[in-house]
Design a protein around this ligand. Structure first.
Ligand code: SF4
Ligand code: SF4
Length: 284
């Protein structure tokens, strides 16, 4: 794959986020997470099966189009976001297929450098030039922190489009360590990296997300699926707002009892407390 240094030079905002390394990549804008059962196991099985099947088909227009139609029909999914297209050509790519990517890309196995993305719903041009809001909304160092700490495609793709959530958590981090966190903190300090990974892990596992909600993120600017503030009114006074309200909102939270709010706050505070040793005043 092309090195990150090269890709950073051409990415909007100077930090390339889509294909990070052999294990870490994102397919969120291809609608990867727009499926009902978003478990890692289900997604892995779905992508493995379609990637293996795609390898077997002829690289001919009719065969490729038929593959896409049959894949969508066979998977017969109810989409959490019906307006958000799920592309049947997102699959596993790279050495031993350990990261997600486009099966129609010229570099994908079997394509012999031919770009077949023109056969997709969005077309080659859009697939090639689309960059999600995280590219321009997040600061350089926040993007690098998440990119460097991430270890697998599943959790990376779920978090990297969550720019408000990343901003909220890493801004708190910044306050605690009294400087901008950057990729060097992640590289040089295994504990720091673990804290960021634990934060990333909250996205798929957040226990206060209503069961009817999805951990997927609708990140387009048309406001079709704006996230809702956590509602505390049944539990606490009307004026109450948690210090971590933005984090709760972006993770998707519904609290049923006072102890839920306390537990959620403790979960965030636990992560933030572990960061204190990286405060420049306390480093000896
Ligand atoms: S959602 Fe953003 S980071 Fe993910 S593949 Fe699309 S443009 Fe890249
Ligand atoms: S064809 Fe476009 S939308 Fe489909 S997987 Fe490839 S890049 Fe994503």
């Amino acid at each position: 794959m092309v090195s990150l240094e090269v890709m950073d030079k051409i990415a909007p905002g100077g930090v390339y986020l889509c294909q990070v390394n052999e294990n870490v990549s994102c397919g969120a804008c291809c609608g990867l997470y727009n499926i009902t059962d978003l478990s890692r196991e289900k997604l892995h099985r779905m992508l493995s099966e379609r990637s293996a099947a795609f390898l077997k088909i002829a690289r001919e227009i009719d065969a490729i189009i038929e593959f896409g139609e049959n894949t969508l029909a066979a998977e017969n999914e109810t989409r959490p976001y019906p307006e958000f297209y799920h592309c049947p050509y997102i699959g596993f790519i790279g050495n031993n297929g350990k990261r997600v990517g486009c099966l129609l890309h010229p570099a994908a196995e079997g394509n012999n450098s031919v770009d077949y993305r023109g056969l997709s719903y969005y077309g080659s041009m859009t697939c090639n030039i689309y960059f999600c809001p995280s590219y321009t909304v997040l600061s350089d160092n926040f993007k690098r922190v998440i990119r460097t700490a991430s270890q697998d495609w599943y959790s990376y793709g779920l978090i990297i489009t969550e720019n408000a959530l990343i901003n909220a958590f890493l801004s708190e981090t910044e306050k605690i360590i009294q400087r901008k966190p950057d990729e060097k903190d992640v590289r040089d300090n295994p504990d720091f990296a673990d804290i960021i990974r634990d934060f990333i892990g909250l996205k798929p596992s957040w226990p206060f997300r209503p069961v009817s909600d999805t951990p997927a993120n609708y990140f387009f600017n048309d406001k079709l699926y704006d996230k809702k503030d956590a509602d505390y009114t049944k539990i606490r006074s009307a004026s109450f707002t948690s210090l971590y309200n933005t984090i709760f909102k972006e993770l998707g939270s519904s609290f049923q009892a006072d102890k839920d709010i306390r537990k959620a706050e403790n979960m965030i505070e636990f992560l933030l407390k572990r960061l204190k040793k990286y405060n420049k005043e306390t480093i000896v």
